[in-house]
Design a protein around this ligand. Sequence first.
Ligand code: SF4
Ligand code: SF4
Length: 230
Amino acid sequence: MERNIAIEEISDGNTYHSRDVVAMGCNDCAGCSACCHEMCETIILDPYDIYQFELALSQSLEQMLSNNLVELGYMDGFILPHMMPVLSEDDEMPHCSFLSPTGRCGIHAYRPGFCRLFPLGRYYRDGSFTYIHQIHECHYPLEQRTPVRIREWLGIRMLSQYEDFVNEWHYFLKDVDGYFHMKEEGSKEKEHICSYLLGLFYGVPYDTKQAFFPQFYERLNQAKKELSME
Ligand code: SF4
Ligand code: SF4
């Protein structure tokens, strides 16, 4: 989800790289699962998240949708999957379908990039991105937060390849969005492209015995060719 907002309004005003240390440690979220209640519909899943879910659950997107684990929604003009909010009998508010009764993430090792990131955000500029610390988002007292290196916070293997992927995906969608802006609202071609991208990057299951990144770039090249964006 892209927001056009001054970083000083939502963060400590600094930008960071994965090697940097940020005072964001929140005691391992002990006793708090606010994020998993409040943010489901804004936890947009990218193709790497879907690959991780396929690895963890051995389910395709279609199966995840029919099992009410994720749902589709419009985001920035695209149809993209996001976490599914569910309401159990005793709940006062909906929570993520993966939240356990003890308030912990039931898919922690495979959790989506946005869950790993929070309360960090990504600040995209000039064809790349840096991290920002959204200091007002986490409920843990600001003065008690402990220093953590971003690389460790994210806990993603092959982080530089992952960051390259995040960047490629973001700017690819941005380019397609630019193309959409030249089209009329509700145009059939726009609808067709949205469905095509959803099917190509999410709908066709990834081979979880193979690495994700080569499969992603193969699909990206295919999409660029199809959309004449090479
Ligand atoms: S995937 Fe895990 S961390 Fe993310 S919202 Fe759901 S329960 Fe919380
Ligand atoms: S609000 Fe902060 S402490 Fe609570 S679940 Fe989210 S990151 Fe953890």
